[in-house]
Design a protein around this ligand. Structure first.
Ligand code: MG
Length: 352
């Protein structure tokens, strides 16, 4: 087993082990006096794994119940969280009981938010089952739901008491979801680890996925420990995301996965920053080749003319600026704010 200890305000361990789903109970029991555990999962993941996790929890003395919601980002709304609260009440969940989030990013975000707010906050455990959730969203304590106006607009920082990662579950993932996670994996190499980037170039990530997860989680841990509340350095985790989010929005959050959007966003911004002399020559080409190796897009289906208004936001008031993460080179990045007034010169006059 590999362990990554996260020293946030409330410290916790991330355990990475194959088939840890079947040992969830024994790894959670020492941390809590809970009598009840509610497993929160979606309609795709629950049929695959909820029984195994429930059995393991029951063997460690937890009375379990299962809350299942319809899979997909569309469920990540306050209405679904309210249904969760009602389930918690119906099953007499008290302040000393726990929530177990079993699933991908949406499940972790939503169950985490419910745990952060139910009875002013109860303990929760993350058991991420997608590569994206394993390397990214299950670590760092961000929980949220979407509003009609945008993603993750309501939420809380709420650290889990433990994260259990089972790389064996990735075998059952369709390729599309594996690629989705690889978009974030490549991001970690770009911003913090040339060694990871180069190993992804040399070898196939699927062949050493346990180590890939460990490397990514360790990088995220380092960044989150420095800036738990996302006031500064944590922004580097958003490399590729400013354009990525704009692309997801233009695609109406369907068709393009988050990882694909981040991949395209990373490639686009790196071509631009290289042209502006911020990024070492040849970096964009190398990034494009790695993204393509893993079946990820390197460009958008929309011209910059359409993307930039989404990047800039609607308000065109002077003095506004947009914070970008640029690579200096592979494995090293910087945060730089570009004033909206300078967009024309930075991105190229002909896009406006
Ligand atoms: Mg992301």
């Amino acid at each position: 087993m590999k362990v990554v200890s996260v020293k946030t305000g409330r410290p916790y361990d991330i355990l990475i082990e194959r088939h840890i789903l079947d040992r969830a109970g024994e790894y959670i029991r020492p941390l809590t006096k809970a009598i009840r555990a509610v497993i929160v999962s979606d309609s795709n993941v629950a049929p695959l794994y909820a029984d195994r996790v429930a059995k393991s929890l029951q063997n460690s003395g937890f009375a379990t119940s299962l809350f299942v919601f319809r899979a997909g980002e569309r469920s990540k709304r306050l209405a679904a969280v309210e249904q969760m609260y009602l389930h918690f009440l119906k099953h007499d969940l008290t302040r000393t009981d726990i929530v177990v989030a079993l699933g991908g990013g949406v499940t972790g975000d939503m169950a985490g938010f419910a745990a952060a707010t139910y009875l002013r906050g109860i303990d929760f455990v993350q058991i991420p089952t997608s590569l994206l959730a394993q390397v990214d969203s299950s670590v760092g304590g961000k929980t949220a739901v979407d509003l009609p106006a945008g993603k993750n607009l309501v939420g809380a920082f709420w650290q889990p008491i433990r994260v259990l990662i089972d790389p064996a579950v990735l075998k059952t993932l369709p390729d599309k979801f594996f690629r989705d996670g690889l978009g974030e994996v490549i991001k970690y190499g770009c911003i913090r680890s040339k060694a990871l980037f180069e190993r992804l170039e040399r070898e196939n990530a699927a062949d050493w996925i346990d180590e890939v997860i460990y490397e990514c989680v360790s990088i995220k841990r380092d960044v989150v420990e420095q800036d738990e509340r996302d006031m500064g350095e944590r922004a580097i985790l958003n490399f590729g995301h400013t354009f990525g989010h704009a692309l997801e929005k233009l695609h109406n959050y369907s068709g393009l996965t988050h990882g694909e959007a981040v991949a395209a966003g990373a490639a686009i911004i790196t071509r631009i920053s290289e042209r502006n002399g911020i990024t070492a020559q040849g970096t964009a080409k190398r990034l494009e080749q790695l993204l393509q190796k893993y079946g990820l897009p390197i460009d958008a289906e929309f011209p910059l003319t359409d993307i930039l208004p989404a990047v800039r936001g609607d308000k065109k008031s002077t003095g506004r600026q947009v914070r970008f993460i640029f690579l200096k080179e592979i494995g090293d990045c910087l945060i730089q704010a570009i004033p909206v007034e300078e967009f024309r010169t930075f991105f190229g006059e002909h896009h406006f």
